[in-house]
Design a protein. Structure first.
Length: 443
């Protein structure tokens, strides 16, 4: 299940980034007593009372500015607001209520999302009377905190957790699962064209101009008895430094949220460019999130080819994405429709592997054969012992290995076991995870 999103918003210089850093536990956002320091959305995974969620720091919202940079910062904040589940509306207790605060409050009321009004910089008891002035914003009861002095943060986190979406129960066995498919990649690699081909209709706008798609657009599709939800996403651009004054990129949070809530990522690569550094980062994000993946090389019709081009290109893609060597690689043209019919077939196959479960008995038979064929490593005169294994969960498949000492498990041997499991059970298209548990020696 994707983590809920909590957006921290407000006008510039009300202490949003200081709060974000306190909760995240490290200096992620740049904090400076100057409006406009935080330009981009920055996010971190946090947990409170056992409930994980993602906190998003945003640039200040200046509703009245004509400055291009500040206007783009405002748009970034608006995207975070549209994407999130809970909004933290920060105001400055020292400065008191301003006209800009009222403008932001009016904007937030139109979202119909839960909003917590947070009065920051309330450092002393004498300031609490001024907090009540913020009732005039019509957002609800103000919550007084001081991020700098870490006052009231626990109470605020308690209120956040109360507003998070309820964790959905596991799906009934008889209920058909809709496979969630996120089409991701750099701008202008043909994501929307592929989406339209899969859907058989012009569902999303297509243009040669990077950034045409700004929303993550969901469309359900029934094909050959299987239901899919196709999510066309905005292009994930290369990260720019905070000093860069060019137009800020749009919709990164939406795209990454689509990855988090999907089952299978279709990673689209431009055949003309090959695997770029940004393609590697996008694939790495999907891998780190534990999502099944299909790599699609689009615009294949645009290349000069011979009978060896496809296989040599495939080997190059696998080499460049070697951490994702489990993902099938398809070569298509969304423009002409060449081989696009294979995409959903690969998605369905990847999902079946992603959700696969292996019985404990069969799993341990394969483990025994693997350890007999290649003995576990020895370090400091001690040999790694693997007592048994069990599958903890699916989506992605995760296996607990009960061993004598976690420090004896080498990365190379763990990779060997992964290869043996893949050889025995398949798992094409999905990452698999190992969880090491140290078993107490029995007397």
């Amino acid at each position: 299940m994707a983590k809920p999103l909590v957006a921290v918003v407000g006008r510039p210089n009300v202490g949003k980034s200081t709060f974000f850093n306190r909760i995240a536990g490290r200096r992620i956002s740049i904090v400076e007593d100057t409006p406009g320091v935080t330009r981009d959305r920055i996010y971190a995974d946090v947990e409170w009372l056992g409930r994980p969620f993602t906190l998003i720091d945003t640039g200040g919202i200046d509703p009245r500015t004509d400055d291009i940079l500040l206007a783009q910062m405002r748009r970034q904040a608006e995207i975070a607001i549209e994407t999130c589940d809970v909004i933290l509306f920060f105001v400055d207790g020292r400065a008191g209520m301003t006209a800009d605060d009222m403008d932001v409050a009016n904007m937030l009321r139109r979202t119909n999302k839960p909003v917590l009004l947070v009065v920051n910089k309330v450092d002393v008891q004498e300031m609490h009377d001024a907090v009540y002035d913020f009732y005039a914003l019509g957002i609800g009861e103000p919550i007084a905190i001081s991020s700098a002095n870490m006052l009231g943060l626990g109470d605020l986190l308690d209120e956040i957790v109360k507003l998070l979406p309820q964790e959905t129960a596991a799906q009934d066995e008889g209920e058909e699962h809709v496979i969630q498919v996120a089409i991701v990649g750099r701008p202008n690699v043909g994501k929307s064209s592929l989406t339209n081909r899969l859907l058989g209709q012009n569902r999303t706008m297509v243009s040669d101009i990077p950034g045409t798609t700004r929303d993550a657009i969901d469309t359900e599709l029934l094909q050959d008895g299987t239901r899919y939800n196709i999510i066309d996403t905005a292009g994930i651009r290369r990260k720019r430094t905070i000093e860069d004054d060019s137009i800020e990129r749009y919709s990164i949070v939406r795209s990454l949220t689509a990855v988090r809530r999907c089952d299978v990522c279709v990673i689209v690569i431009d055949a003309n460019d090959g695997v770029t550094e940004q393609d590697t980062k996008i694939a790495g994000y999907a891998h780190d999130e534990g999502k099944a993946a299909v790599v699609v090389v689009n615009k294949w019709d645009a290349l000069e080819k011979d009978d060896k081009t496809l296989e040599s290109y495939r080997k190059k893609v696998i080499e460049d994405l070697k951490f994702m060597s489990y993902a099938p690689v398809l070569f298509i043209s969304a423009l002409t429709g060449q081989r696009t019919g294979r995409v959903l077939q690969a998605v369905k196959a990847a999902y079946e592997q992603y959700s696969k479960r292996v019985t404990t008995g069969v799993l341990n038979d394969v483990l025994a054969d693997a350890t007999a064929a290649l003995q576990p490593p020895v370090s400091g005169g001690r040999r790694l012992k693997i007592y048994y294994a069990t599958q903890q969960s699916a989506c992605p498949p995760a296996f607990v290995l009960f061993i004598n000492d976690e420090t004896l498990m080498h990365f190379a041997y763990e990779r060997y076991l992964e290869n043996q499991f893949r050889k025995a059970f398949g798992f094409e298209g999905t990452p698999i995870r190992f969880i090491l548990r140290q078993k107490q020696k029995e007397n």
